[in-house]
Design a protein around this ligand. Structure first.
Ligand code: KIV
Length: 268
């Protein structure tokens, strides 16, 4: 018997060891094409349920299904061989510890994702424990939780009061104690995010949570200028994707109309 796969991918242990040593990088991807480009450049790739917005054109993430997450995670796993791949658990797939376990097992069986991410509060601690006890690596998403956007009436920055900071610190410590390998902290005031990060021994990956966390994650279409609907304050655009692509599209149309494409070399 031979082990075919010679490319070693990033492990959760390696991610854990980066805390306090070097910043951790993460981007979302939803298909093999993008995953191949990001692979090895970033430590982790998240197949986020944000695909429901940036890929599917919806106004929030709640419609994403387990089947969709699995389909896109399969594609990402085909494209990426060395970054650690995390599959997001969609709305409704973690309502009880048993349902969370069933959903996560389905993800592990049908894809090659090395970890799952779930949005949690204190009520989700038992699910984390059950997943970890069953050999599933867990990233816990706390702070602003997009799956709660409808019930909470919008996207609201967290950690604004002493009480909420203390509650987030307690939650982060409980999550670590239940065995999660990392925390994703979204939309938390920078000072609070720093205190939360310092209170745990596992890496805290921030989005919209300032600089004093252990790493950053961005939705790829935000980072590279492919999502024009709105640009949150915390996003830095590293590329003007829409502009670049539109230029290419217009040149293609011009060349076809004028007869400049295809030329002799491009013909059989
Ligand atoms: O679904 C997603 O892409 C996320 C972001 C916060 C990174 O969870």
């Amino acid at each position: 018997m031979s082990i075919q796969n010679t490319i070693k991918s990033m492990t959760t242990t390696q991610i854990l060891k980066k805390k306090g040593v070097e910043k951790i990088t993460m981007l979302t991807a939803y298909d093999a094409l993008m995953a191949k480009i990001f692979d090895g450049e970033v430590d982790m790739i998240l197949v986020g349920d944000s695909l429901q917005m940036s890929f599917f054109g919806e106004s929030d993430t709640l419609g994403a299904t387990l089947e969709q997450m699995i389909y896109h995670t399969k594609a990402v796993c085909r494209g990426a061989k060395s970054s650690l791949i995390v599959c997001d658990m969609p709305f409704g797939s973690t309502t009880t510890p048993e349902i969370a376990l069933k959903s996560a097992i389905q993800i592990y069986k049908e894809t090659k994702a090395q970890a799952i991410k779930l949005e949690v509060g204190f009520e989700g601690l038992q699910s984390i424990q059950m997943l970890v006890e069953n050999g599933i690596a867990v990233m816990a998403h706390i702070g602003l939780k997009p799956q709660f956007v409808r019930s909470e009436g919008g996207y609201k920055v967290q950690g604004k009061t002493q009480e909420s900071v203390e509650s987030l610190i307690k939650l982060a410590k409980d999550i670590e104690q239940k065995g999660a390998f990392s925390i994703l902290l979204e939309g938390v005031r920078a000072e609070a995010a720093k205190a939360i990060t310092q209170s745990v021994g596992i890496p805290v990956i921030g989005i919209g949570s300032g600089a004093d966390v252990d790493g950053q994650v961005l939705v790829w279409s935000d980072a590279f200028g492919f999502f024009e609907e709105f640009k949150p304050k915390f996003v830095r655009q590293y590329l003007k994707g829409v502009e670049l692509l539109r230029q290419g599209v217009r040149q293609y149309v011009k060349d076809v109309k004028s007869g400049a494409f295809p030329n002799e070399q491009e013909s059989y």
